[in-house]
Structure formats: structure tokens, C-alpha cells
Design a protein around this ligand. Structure first.
Ligand code: ARG
Length: 463
């Protein structure tokens, strides 16, 4: 009979495991993170066994007491790992045997395999991380973007394409653009959550449950919204992990572009914003330096999360049905991705809520040539086709440049009329940044009313 120190699957083996193989094979060093999900899964699974008459009421009560005891040990960081524990599933089962006796503990795995167990744990774990950490952290980020955008709605800045000054926009419009990306991320995560929250439990090793366990009962007990309808899929599907890591990659892509904008804006050359000391670091050599390390890390870590995704996709590719040990390689990249994403959200929230905006620098960067489109629009309003006005406005820019003037607003009415006779005195009203911005009041534009509408819309989507 087993003395509890040998491996749980040790029956058919006579030789010792190579110690290096044991280390190579063991996942407890990282999958212990799923201890709560594992205990929860066993709690509901054993209730299912009791319903089948495979456990008595008294046995079930004893098992549940033991599981609660183990949970306390993990929570208090007092769980003592045994050298032979291979993963969280074997560790918890071994410990249950020590607490309630191996006679009863030996029944909990009836009809269950680590194959349906591990993926049940993973799905519960992912669901909890999404609900308890990712959703709140992401909402926190969107909230500060919206709050800042509302408070600083009057600040104008250059909007860029190709990193060349293009048209004036509101600083709040820029803030709102990232609030929009992150709100879409939030909604996308909700869709992924719905798909991942399905129950594989009761699928056995691969072929199904031999005692007819009530899988709907197990699913309901564990808060899943449905049962995975094919036992082979139940044990081998890791698409939810791929999806979650793709989601994380896309989010990090957004955060990376957001960070890149801010890195540019906080250079001395731009000087639009200043990071707070809390999110900057100094140079060990150059005393004057204040580096935007927080932003560079947000940008840099996007590569790492992308690596988590692609690395695991490579592990998954081409492995045969159903469970193969390759799948154990899902956990480290997944955990790394989830932690990195969560921390990135928190850092970005801190950065945004503490940076200072240099309104004067932003507005000083607005130049009259950025109103060349508005000048073309001026003639459009007089009935000239846009293709023509685009050309005329370009000529005005070139003329001002050739005359060495500081901007198109410095040409005289006569000079304008020499270029096109349809220009009149009121053309000079074009040279107003505020009005340029306010003209763009169609939905999604940079006019104050349009930006406020965006912000309200985002708020209602997250509430
Ligand atoms: N630690 C394993 C994993 O993470 C648990 C499943 C083991 N199943 C098996 N048949 N060896 O995938």
C-alpha cells in the first residue's frame, strides 16, 4: 500500500525517476498559484461523487473539512511541499490524505483525471484573474483618462500624422483616443471571459466519465456558464489561454503606442508634459537626467507578452490529441502575461494621474500651416471644389514660405487675391486654432461638444 510519499502514479513504475527529470517535469513551483481553484474544483467534484453514491455524506464532510484546512495553509503561506509533489493537484491530494487519512482521500480522484482537473483549475484561475484584477485595473485606467480629459478639455495641441504636425486637436481628444482603445479592450475581455467560462470537469482522462457524473451539476457548482460538449476537447482545448494571451498582446500593443506618444511628448524638444518623479528615474552618470523609464518599460514589456503568446502557440502547434505534457508549458507564459498586463495597467494609471501638462508648450507648438486645410475649407464654403481649394491653399503655403513669412496668416489680402480672386477679407478668420478645433464637431471629432460626447459614451459603456 502507498505510504503517501511515492508518486501518485507510481504503481506501474519500478525504477527511480532521474532527479533532474523530476525537476524538469514538476510544475508545482509555478502552478501552486492555482491552489484555490484546485481546492474549489475538488470540493464540487466530490459533491458530484456523493450524488452518485460513491462517497457517503460523512466522507464528503470530512473531505470538505480537509480541503478547507489545506486552503488555510496555502493562504497563510504555511503549506509544506513534499519533494515528491509534482504539481498542485498531487500536492493537494497528498496533503488531504495526511489530514483526513488516505482511506477517504483516496476516493476523491474516482473518475477524474489530472487532465480534466488541470484545465478546470486553469479556467477558474483565469476567470478569477479577469474578474478580480484585470477588469478593475483596466477600468481604473480608463477612469483616470476620462477624468483628466474632462478637466483639461480646453487645452489644444498639435495632432500628428507621420509624426508631422497635422491639425490642431484637443489634448482631451488624445486622452479620449486611448480611453477608447482601452474600453474596447475591456469589452473584448468580456467576450473572451464568456468563452473561457465553460466546464471541462467530468471529462475524465479523455474518453468521458465512467460513472455518469452530472457534469451540469459540476459546472453550476463551479460557476461555469456551460459544459464543454466533447470530452476530447474538454481536456485538450487551450484556445482560451491563447485568446487571453492574444488579448494581453493587443492590450500591450495599445499601451506601447500610448507610452511612445508620451515619451515623445516629455522630451525637452516637445516639452508637452512632465512625468512625476514617482514614475521617472535618474541617470547614474548624468545628474541632469530624468528618464521616462515607466513609459519605456510599458513599451518594452509589450514584446515580452507577445513572446508569451507566440512561444506557447509554438508549443501547442502539432501536438496530437488529446492531452500531452507539452500543455504544461501553458502556465508560465500565461501567468507572466497576466501579471505583466495587470502591472502595466497600474503603472499607466499612475503615470496618467500624476503627470503635469505644459499647456503653453502644447499651444506654442501650433503653427499656422496646420490651418492650411481650414483655408481650403474656407473656399469650399464659397462653392469651390475641394480638389481645387487643396491646390490653392498649397500655393498660399508655398508663397508664404518663399517670401520668408512666419506663416500663411502673414500674407496680405492682395497677395491672397493674386493667388485666387475668390479670397475675401473674412479669410483671416480662418487663422484661429480654437475655431479650427470647434468646426470639427461631427461625432468623434475634436470639438469640445464632440469630445465630451465621446467621454460620456465611454463612461456609459463601462458602467
Ligand atoms: N501538471 C500538469 C499540467 O500542468 C497536470 C496534468 C498532468 N496530466 C498528466 N496526464 N500527466 O498540465
Amino acid at each position: 500500500m502507498s505510504d503517501g510519499t511515492q508518486k501518485l502514479w507510481g504503481g506501474r513504475f519500478t525504477g527511480e525517476t532521474d532527479p533532474l527529470m523530476h525537476l524538469y517535469n514538476a510544475s508545482l513551483p509555478y502552478d501552486y498559484k492555482m491552489y484555490k481553484a484546485d481546492l474549489e474544483g475538488t470540493k464540487v467534484y466530490t459533491a458530484g461523487l456523493q450524488k452518485l453514491g460513491l462517497l457517503t455524506d460523512a466522507e464528503l464532510a470530512k473531505i470538505h473539512e480537509g480541503l478547507a484546512e489545506i486552503q488555510k495553509e496555502w493562504d497563510a503561506d504555511k503549506f509544506v511541499r513534499h519533494p515528491n509533489d509534482e504539481d498542485i493537484h498531487t500536492a493537494n491530494e497528498r496533503r488531504l490524505g495526511e489530514i483526513i487519512g488516505r482511506e477517504i482521500a483516496g476516493k476523491v480522484h474516482t473518475g477524474r483525471s489530472r487532465n480534466d482537473q488541470v484545465v478546470t483549475d486553469l479556467r477558474i484561475y483565469c476567470r478569477d484573474v479577469v474578474n478580480d484584477t484585470l477588469f478593475p485595473a483596466l477600468k481604473g485606467l480608463v477612469d483616470v483618462l476620462i477624468k483628466r480629459a474632462e478637466g483639461e478639455i480646453d487645452i489644444l495641441m498639435p495632432g500628428y500624422t507621420h509624426l508631422q504636425r497635422a491639425q490642431p486637436i484637443r489634448w482631451s481628444h488624445w486622452l479620449s483616443s486611448y480611453a477608447t482603445y482601452f474600453t474596447e479592450d475591456y469589452k473584448r475581455l468580456g467576450q473572451i471571459l464568456h468563452r473561457l467560462n465553460q466546464s471541462p470537469l467530468g471529462a475524465g482522462a479523455l474518453a468521458g466519465h465512467p460513472y455518469g457524473i452530472d457534469r451540469e451539476f459540476l459546472a453550476e457548482g463551479l460557476g461555469f456558464n456551460s459544459v464543454i460538449g466533447n470530452s476530447l476537447v474538454a481536456v485538450s482545448d487551450r484556445d482560451f489561454i491563447v485568446e487571453l494571451m492574444f488579448w494581453g498582446t493587443l492590450f500591450m500593443n495599445h499601451i506601447s503606442r500610448f507610452a511612445e506618444d508620451l515619451i515623445i511628448y516629455c522630451t525637452a524638444e516637445f516639452g508637452f508634459i512632465q512625468l512625476s518623479d514617482a514614475y521617472s528615474t535618474g541617470s547614474s552618470l548624468m545628474p541632469q537626467k530624468k528618464n521616462a523609464d515607466s513609459l519605456e518599460l510599458l513599451r518594452g514589456k509589450s514584446g515580452r507578452v507577445f513572446g508569451d503568446l507566440t512561444g506557447f502557440l509554438m508549443s501547442l502547434k502539432g501536438i496530437p490529441s488529446t492531452y500531452d505534457k507539452d500543455m504544461q508549458e501553458d502556465k508560465e507564459p500565461l501567468f507572466d502575461c497576466l501579471t505583466t498586463v495587470e502591472h502595466s495597467m497600474l503603472i499607466a494609471t499612475g503615470v496618467i494621474s500624476t503627470l503635469t501638462v505644459n499647456k503653453d508648450k502644447m499651444e506654442a507648438a501650433l503653427t499656422m500651416d496646420m490651418l492650411a486645410t481650414d483655408l481650403a475649407d474656407y473656399l469650399v464654403r464659397k462653392g469651390v471644389p475641394f480638389r481645387e481649394t487643396h491646390h490653392i491653399s498649397g500655393e498660399c503655403v508655398a508663397t508664404a514660405e518663399n517670401l520668408g513669412l512666419s506663416g500663411i496668416d502673414k500674407l496680405t489680402l492682395e497677395q491672397y487675391q493674386k493667388i485666387d480672386s475668390r479670397f475675401a477679407e473674412d479669410l483671416f478668420e480662418t487663422f484661429n486654432f480654437e475655431q479650427s478645433v470647434e468646426r470639427r464637431n461631427a461625432t468623434g471629432g475634436t470639438a469640445k461638444s464632440a469630445v465630451l460626447k465621446q467621454l460620456n459614451n465611454l463612461k456609459s459603456q463601462l458602467n
